[in-house]
Design a protein around this ligand. Structure first.
Ligand SMILES: C[S@@+](CC[C@H](N)C(=O)[O-])C[C@H]1O[C@@H](n2cnc3c(N)ncnc32)[C@H](O)[C@@H]1O
Length: 612
């Protein structure tokens, strides 16, 4: 969220949004539950507010008898008011990121500025040049408040406490998305003691759609580090019952008072996360909203997914790859009425504004292409293709010489190549910009080959064309919150907004019918929610978190009967026969039974923790 302050005050972008008083009051009171390591009284604790704004945290700190307070603010327009209102505070009207690392604190509290690096590259560039700390912890895609956490950690005394209110997106980010240095730094130096999920509430006027959280870190002592001490994480979720429709401050104040009392009711869920500090991974999403009751069920499900003593996840069984990445969809995908004409057996394509009939052998190189919107559970919408893609397979030519290869294709497919040659400059420019070979402009950029283990030692390059054409395939949308997995065993070519699941090994053990039943089931829907699995371009969460059952683990006669019934019903769904809803309900029941989990219990827990 870019918070602009383009303004009379002289700063363009400094993430200036002030905290409502009831939140500051709450946060100051809340830290007192965590100040246990000291025998000192509040007056002796050194407190830091690193980005003080108009000083709302100072007011509460002083009211709560904190006396030794330092505050940073770089907006000098706030100076006079701050000095006048808080004469007892030591102010530094400088950039906090340039502050002295030797200055240490017992408590750091505040609402640091949010500013995404993507849209404010110049601000970050400037900071990395000026401040060593910013240079050290810079990562593309980061947010300005990450620096405040990094520097906060460095400025905490061992045992000291940091509490910030921030957006909550960073918690569920994994590597490559800006948290590369932040999460390892937190885990190495601190315990995450409390996480308050405020995503149902709108707290900051002018920042709608922002999901916020409050969290508490405590810096580890050397002994705790040496002994790899573990700590639980307390989770507090404000439910939808806990929000007032018009964001009434009085109502919110009452809710936060209840949180302080440790209440657990319809408005507030207060529980210990099944994830402890030692479970948190430095390069992965942190799924903290994970009650122990839910974990018990998931442990049961995962028992059926054990292969050679280890739970197998999607990444262990499948390679997940995008569909075909054409150099440019608009050029490679031909559309009827625009640049393609089909008349009975004959196909024409537009070259230099004239429709030219193509050869029979060329027709085979035109493939119906689907986008991810065509995917539906167990299948796809057949008539929904987006056009016909020109798909050449480099494997057709044996040899390494690119010029000879291109000549081979030109002679074999003269009209299609002639068509592509119209766009030679444009296509080659795209390849040059992507640092790829410009002479490859007849071919898709990626997606037609994968490396796969044929057995334990041998890795081979697999040509996907026969699989797109005739093989069994499972596929899903590249952006989706739901577990919708399509299936086809006939020709299905898709663009890069579709992910395909290709078996990691040439294993016969993948029973496709059972697999799509499982993937589209209510049980997997439950796993998606409980493990916070979302497919948002990045597929990492799905690959690492979705357990995949091993059919051989179900050995009893009863289980085998259930499996064969599941498969029979699933085949009906693949062939689109029978009442879909009814069949799905039956499959879901059988799958819950097979995994020995009680559907009623799951629904109850689900409504309690996630539908709130
Ligand atoms: C999100 S506001 C919060 C202000 C205050 N803590 C509150 O909760 O109301 C962040 C404040 O940080 C200040 N700020 C931004 N970058 C800063 C920096 N690098 N050093 C010190 N203050 C900064 C902004 O001027 C703004 O007043």
């Amino acid at each position: 969220m870019v918070l602009k302050n383009n303004n009379k005050r002289g700063y363009n972008l400094i993430g200036q949004i002030f905290t409502p008083e009831y939140i500051a009051k709450f946060m100051v009171k809340n830290i007192s539950n965590f100040i246990t390591t000291y025998n000192k009284s509040y007056q002796d604790l050194k407190v830091l507010e690193p980005s003080v704004g108009e000083g709302i945290f100072l007011k509460s700190l002083i009211q709560n008898n904190f006396l030794d307070i330092t505050a940073y603010e770089m907006d000098k327009n706030l100076k006079n008011t701050l000095l006048k209102n808080y004469p007892q505070v030591r102010f530094v009207f400088e950039n906090f990121l340039g502050s002295d690392l030797n200055e240490k604190f017992d408590i750091i509290i505040g609402n640091p500025p949010y500013l995404g690096q993507n849209y404010n590259a110049d601000v970050f560039q400037n900071y990395t040049k000026k401040f060593p700390i910013c240079k050290k912890y810079f990562v593309g895609n980061m947010d300005l408040f990450y620096y405040f956490i990094h520097l906060g950690i460095l400025k905490l005394k061992p045992g000291g406490i940091l509490s910030f209110i921030t957006t909550n997106y960073w918690l569920t980010k994994s590597k490559k998305t800006g948290i590369k240095l932040l999460k390892p730094h937190i885990l190495e130096e601190c315990f995450l003691l409390q996480y308050i999920d405020l995503s149902n509430m709108t707290l900051f006027k002018g920042a709608e759609g922002q999901h916020n959280c409050i969290f508490i870190l405590r810096k580890k002592t050397d002994l705790e580090k040496q002994r790899s001490v573990n700590k639980p994480i307390q989770v507090i979720q404000i439910t939808k019952n806990g929000i007032s429709s018009n964001n009434n401050e009085m109502f919110n104040t009452l809710i936060f008072k209840e949180v302080l009392l440790g209440n657990d009711n319809r408005s507030i869920r207060n529980y210990r996360s099944a994830i402890t500090n030692n479970d948190l991974k430095p390069d992965r999403s942190w799924n903290l909203l994970y009650p122990e009751e839910i974990k018990e069920i998931i442990d049961d499900i995962e028992k059926s997914c054990i292969v050679n003593g280890k739970i197998s996840y999607l990444k262990d069984r499948f390679i997940v790859r995008n569909g075909i990445i054409f150099i440019k969809d608009n050029i490679f995908i031909l559309n009827e009425g625009k640049n393609l004409k089909i008349e009975k057996q004959d196909v024409y394509i537009k070259i230099n504004n004239i429709f030219v009939k193509i050869l029979n052998i060329e027709k085979e190189r035109l493939k119906k292409i689907y986008k991810s919107k065509s995917i539906k559970p167990y299948s796809y919408k057949e008539g929904d293709h987006t056009g016909y893609g020109i798909y050449f397979n480099k494997n057709e030519f044996n040899g390494a010489n690119i010029e000879e290869r291109n000549r081979f294709f030109e002679e074999k497919y003269p009209n299609l190549i002639q068509y592509l040659k119209q766009y030679k400059t444009e296509l080659q420019n795209i390849l040059v910009n992507a640092k790829e070979n410009p002479n490859d402009y007849f071919f898709p950029r990626r997606g037609t080959f994968i490396r796969r283990n044929e057995n334990d030692s041998n890795e081979t390059l697999i040509d996907l064309e026969p699989f797109y054409e005739k093989g069994r395939k499972i596929f899903f949308k590249y952006i989706s919150n739901e577990n919708i997995f399509g299936y086809s065993n006939s020709s299905y070519f898709a663009t890069s907004d579709t992910y395909f699941l290709w078996p990691r090994f040439n294993q016969k053990s993948i029973d496709y019918t059972f697999m799509i039943a499982y993937l589209n089931s209510n049980l997997v829907r439950f796993l998606f929610n409980a493990k916070n699995i979302r497919i948002k371009r990045s597929k990492t969460k799905l690959e690492y978190d979705l357990p995949i059952p091993f059919i051989e683990n179900f050995t009893s006669e009863k289980d085998c009967k259930k499996i064969s019934l599941i498969k029979k019903l699933t085949k009906q769904l693949v062939q689109s026969s029978g009442n879909r809803k009814e069949i799905q309900v039956r499959i879901d029941k059988l799958i819950f039974d097979l995994f020995k989990v009680k559907e009623k219990e799951i629904n109850l827990l689900f409504n309690f923790f996630y539908n709130c």
